[in-house]
Each structure stands twice: as structure tokens, then as C-alpha cells.
Write a protein that binds this ligand. Structure first.
Ligand SMILES: *Cc1c(COP(=O)(O)O)cnc(C)c1O
Length: 342
């Protein structure tokens, strides 16, 4: 409960708790552009280790982490293969085209997941006509895929095919923490097939700001250069890195609770007439559901009046995201509100 409402709009709506604010206040900081901020450097090292990579760089947003990776792995005019519903394609303001000059070649995945065969089929012959791909991007969990978790074997077979064509691999792991919580597969094992991995601290982990891009020392050196170029190098930013570190240490283990709440919400919604939901699809902290003939935005407005906030993601689709501000008791209260609208 935040501001008196049960807020399912996103897992980005959380606010730093007292412990996190204290960690931020006490952070030892320095000018990170001059290499003086031990808190940032500690977070970068720690995250690189968690992801099994050589190096990492702290950035203001997941979007910047992804876009730096794209610039590292491509040249203008290259093609990049990714799912048609990828965050990088759908929600990053056209940055691959604007900042990297990259051509997006879209794959028609299932809940955001595509196969090695689809990658193979999307690679054109080497010929002057065809934009040549140099990068494949995956997203785990997949946001528009309903918070879906990639099976590790499927990642490995996609990676094998990509490698056989000399393509680089980037993982948009904004919610990799959720994938690991749900599957029991470590972030490190999920990251192993990739050259670079981005992770967010500002989603389910509850930090106010911050993401990291991890990869080889060479890739991250290059990413640091592009970060500076794009205005993302920050000074006494250990204040934010301290929040991210606190989030990792205190809130990662709480994600399982978000997942349980999401399942309970999905099960409850599935019993109500007028809301079509595949409860098996609520794998992590999101549930997407169909409102039938009723207008989703209108329903969201009426739910808001009943104290439940969520977003419509299509004319007849609503999305609810469980997060740190929602307790298990509030799932029951939210379902009562939904019931009033059936
Ligand atoms: C939120 C998100 C991002 C990055 O978002 P920012 O708002 O730029 O931090 C990237 N990928 C996915 C899948 C996301 O959900």
C-alpha cells in the first residue's frame, strides 16, 4: 500500500525504505568520473561477480545499459535480431536507430522467446543487398511476454546458432533477478552464454535509480566511453550505488513473495467472470489479462476509484505487476475490488 492505494502499475513505483535511505546517507562517495567513488566501484565489482563477468559499469537506466551494449556490439547499418515485443524495440524510444544506427530485424517469438531455428532463418545470405546481423538480443524475464522465464536450454541453443554465425549476444536482464528466483537457475548461469548483460536495481529490487551493464573488460571499457558520450557519467553517484547495493542485499530474497502474490492474484482473477487470464502465465511478478468486450482503460479508471491502480497495455488488456509495496493481504482486497466490477 502506497499513498492509500494498492499499486500494480509497475514494479518501478517503489520508494526507498528507511534502511535504504540510511545506506544512501552513509555512502562513502567521490567523483566517479575521476575514478574516486568506492561505493560505485564496489557495486560494479560485486555485480560483475554475480553475473560471472570480468567487468561492469553503473548507469542511470536499463535503457542506457541496453543501448551502450548495442553500440559496443554493432556498427551503423548492421542488423540486430530480437523479439518483436522486446523492450529494446518497443519501449526505448527508437534508440537503436537513433543512437547506434542499427536496423532491427524482428523475430516472432512466443511470450518473447524465440528459437534457434528462427535465428537461423533470419540470417540472410552474405550479399550486398542484405543488412548483415551482428547481434542477437534476448530478454529474461520478458516484460511484454508476461514476465516469462526463458528455459536455459533454449537460450543455449539460440546462443550456439548465434555463435556459429559470429553474432554477439546481449541479454536484457532488467528482471533477471526474477528469472533466477522463479527457476532456481543462478544469474551467473543465465548470463554465461552472453557477451553482455544488463540488470536493473530500480524494478522489483526497489532502488530509486540504477542499472549495470556487465561483460568483458574490453566491452565495458568501450561502454564507459559511450556512457560519457551520451551524458551518463555521473559524479558522487555512490549515493545511488549504495541504494542499489542495499536493494541487492535486502530485497532480492523478497522477490519470491511478489511471485506468490502474482500467482494468487492470477488465480483469483481466473475465477471472476469478465476477466480472462491464463494463470499458468503468471510465472513471475506480472499478470496480463483480457477484459473481454470492456474497454481496458475505462476499467482501469474505475478500479483506481476503488483504490487499485494498474495499467492498460492494449484496448482490452490490463497488466498487474506485484511489487514490494503490495502485501499478500492486499491481494485479497484487490480481488474484492475486481469482483465489484464483474
Ligand atoms: C524497465 C526495463 C528496461 C529499462 O528501463 P529503464 O526504465 O530505462 O530503466 C529494460 N528492459 C526491460 C525488460 C524492462 O522492463
Amino acid at each position: 500500500m502506497l499513498n492509500g492505494k494498492i499499486d500494480f502499475r509497475s514494479d518501478t513505483i517503489t520508494q526507498p525504505d528507511d534502511g535504504m535511505r540510511a545506506a544512501m546517507a552513509q555512502a562513502v562517495v567521490g567523483d566517479d568520473v575521476l575514478g574516486d567513488d568506492p561505493t560505485v566501484q564496489g557495486l560494479e565489482r560485486h555485480t560483475a561477480e554475480l553475473l560471472g563477468k570480468e567487468s561492469a559499469v553503473f548507469v542511470p537506466s536499463g535503457t542506457m545499459a541496453n543501448q551502450l551494449a548495442i553500440r559496443v556490439h554493432t556498427r551503423p547499418g548492421d542488423a540486430m535480431l530480437l523479439d518483436a515485443n522486446a523492450h529494446i524495440y518497443f519501449y526505448e524510444a527508437g534508440a537503436p536507430a537513433a543512437l547506434a544506427g542499427v536496423h532491427s530485424k524482428l523475430l516472432d517469438g512466443q511470450r518473447g522467446q524465440f528459437t534457434a531455428e528462427q535465428v537461423e532463418a533470419a540470417i540472410p545470405p552474405r550479399d550486398v543487398h542484405f543488412p548483415q546481423p551482428s547481434l542477437v538480443c534476448l530478454e529474461n524475464t520478458h516484460n511484454r511476454g508476461g514476465g516469462s522465464v526463458w528455459p536455459l536450454e533454449q537460450i543455449q541453443s539460440v546462443a550456439e546458432t548465434a555463435r556459429s554465425h559470429n553474432l554477439a549476444l546481449h541479454l536484457d536482464g532488467a528482471r533477471l533477478w526474477n528469472a533466477s528466483t522463479a527457476s532456481g537457475i543462478s544469474e551467473r548461469d543465465y548470463s554465461a552464454p552472453f557477451d553482455t548483460v544488463s540488470v536493473c536495481f530500480s524494478k522489483g529490487l526497489g532502488a530509486p535509480v540504477g542499472s549495470v551493464l556487465a561483460g568483458s573488460a574490453e566491452a565495458i571499457d568501450q561502454a564507459r566511453y559511450f556512457r560519457k558520450q551520451q551524458g551518463g557519467a555521473m559524479r558522487q553517484v555512490g549515493i545511488l550505488a549504495a541504494a542499489a547495493r542495499y536493494a541487492l542485499e535486502n530485497n532480492r530474497s523478497r522477490l519470491a513473495g511478489d511471485h506468490e502474490n502474482c500467482q494468487a492474484l492470477a488465480k483469483g482473477l481466473a475465477k471472476l467472470p469478465g476477466f480472462a487470464v491464463d494463470e499458468a502465465c503468471a510465472e513471475t511478478n506480472m499478470v496480463f489479462f483480457d477484459t473481454g468486450k470492456r474497454d481496458a482503460a475505462d476499467l482501469a479508471k474505475r478500479l483506481d476509484e476503488l483504490g487499485v491502480c494498474l495499467l492498460s497495455t492494449g484496448p482490452h488488456t490490463l497488466r498487474a505487476v506485484t511489487n514490494l509495496t503490495v502485501s499478500s493481504e492486499e491481494i485479497g482486497q484487490a480481488l474484492d475490488a475486481f469482483e465489484q466490477l464483474t
